[in-house]
Design a protein around this ligand. Structure first.
Ligand code: COS
Length: 386
């Protein structure tokens, strides 16, 4: 077993670290305060090649492997989770779905402009009444002579107000349950596609989040990703990549909490010496360091499995479960180290605390990850009545 990164991986990581420090960190607080979705910064992220990082070069991507991708996502996640969300949604949910399920025509139509950042994409799975029970889609797609007409509503959709492409999941044949679902590539300029910004979020205030109405949205017959009936598998395979990306971003938050806490505790003096010299403060920092390293190792292991073409759903759930919960713990502990100063946004830990809270909710709650892991080891699906 080799834990060493390659020279190229070191370089990608250093470049992402410098970019995050120089471009992202300094804008994160203002964007958070102003609830500003920073499209200039998104453009810079795109220029770095981070949107579509895992997409092969022939489709305009950077052609990185999953492990290297996690290094980028970690560094951007350390800088700002709102911007990390752009990478995760665009790359892991949207581009990876097109890559895995798209026809050559669909890939060439959408991927180059998604990778270059000219267009953003969003992932329309969640609905007002459909969260964990993702198969139970209320959105309907009805066959017409020329294609399909979609009606329904989507909720909590990151990038939904700015996206040019929306992956919309809809039921085509309710009697078939999850085997009746389909995924449609919807051009958001299409009449009837109605996004509304969601404001007053606890965190990710610099991220664009939408509620989307779908009112007789017409799409052509060639707008389906995969076949009718593949929709649930499209969604689950996308989440295999999306959960990985969220986990990697949370490693970044953990690391950011460690960095900020070490720095602050060495500067801050009480009882005539730096608080870093107190055993109880060191204990808090040690807990954060172990959580950071354990999360990173779980992410790297999931990345290794993806890069070697092995099944990785369970290991991705482990990484997502552990890293998100660890990041919640770390952000809480980092505020404890900072004392009163951690309660205002002079230091990044206050924003980490608010931003991280959603990560145990979206892309599958911690409870859903536990059910996936539990089913894998017991062979019993807890969601099916006995
Ligand atoms: N990749 C591809 N296909 C997959 C898959 C994966 N990772 N996981 C499951 N599938 C397939 C299965 O092979 C099965 O195929 P068949 O219809 O041919 O049998 C089908 O999907 C149904 O699988 P399963 O029985 O596991 O589905 P469940 O209804 O039991 O899944 C969970 C339940 C909880 C796993 C699922 O509903 C889930 O992940 N929910 C959370 C959704 C979520 O994360 N929402 C937040 C979105 S924010 S973007």
């Amino acid at each position: 077993m080799d834990f060493e990164l390659t020279d190229e991986q070191h370089l990608v990581r250093q470049t992402a670290r410098a970019f995050s420090d120089n471009e992202i960190v300094e804008r994160a607080r203002e964007n958070d305060r102003n609830e500003h979705f920073d499209t200039d910064l998104v453009r810079k992220i795109a220029d770095q090649g981070y949107l579509g990082a895992i997409v092969p070069r022939e489709y305009g991507g950077a052609g990185l492997d999953y492990l290297t991708y996690s290094l980028v996502v970690e560094e951007i996640g350390r800088g700002c989770s709102a911007m990390r969300t752009v990478i995760s949604v665009q790359t892991s949910l949207v581009c990876s779905s097109l890559l895995r399920w798209g026809t050559e025509e669909q890939k060439h139509q959408w991927l180059p402009k998604l990778c270059s950042g000219e267009w953003l994409g969003c992932f329309g799975l969640t609905e007002p009444d459909t969260g964990s029970d993702a198969a139970n889609q209320k959105t309907r797609a009805r066959r017409t002579e020329s294609g399909w007409v979609i009606n329904g509503a989507k909720m909590w959709i990151s990038l939904g107000n700015h996206a040019k492409l929306a992956l919309i999941f809809a039921q085509t044949d309710p009697e078939k349950g999850h085997r009746g679902l389909a995924c449609f590539l919807v051009d958001t300029d299409q009449p009837g596609f109605q996004p509304q910004p969601i404001h007053h979020k606890m965190g990710l205030r610099g991220s664009d989040t939408a509620a989307i109405g779908l009112d007789d949205v017409e799409v052509g017959a060639d707008a389906m990703l995969g076949e009718a009936g593949d929709g649930f598998k499209v969604a689950m395979s996308a989440l295999d990549s999306g959960r990985y990306s969220v986990a990697a971003g949370c490693v970044g938050i953990c690391q950011g909490c460690v960095d900020a806490s070490v720095r602050y505790s060495k500067e801050r003096e009480q009882f005539g010496r730096p608080i870093a010299s107190f055993q109880l403060v060191q204990a808090m920092i040690a807990d954060m360091v172990v959580d950071t390293e354990a999360s990173r190792m779980l992410v790297w292991r999931a990345g290794f499995l993806k890069d070697t073409g092995k099944p990785s759903t369970t290991e991705t759930s482990m990484a997502k479960l552990y890293a998100t919960e660890a990041a919640v713990r770390s952000a809480n502990t980092a505020i404890q180290v900072h004392g009163g100063s951690g309660y205002v946004d002079d230091y990044p830990v206050e924003r980490y605390f608010r931003d991280v809270r959603v990560t145990t909710l979206y892309e599958g709650t911690s409870q859903i990850q536990k059910l996936i892991i539990g089913r894998a080891v017991t062979g019993i699906n807890a969601l099916v009545p006995n």
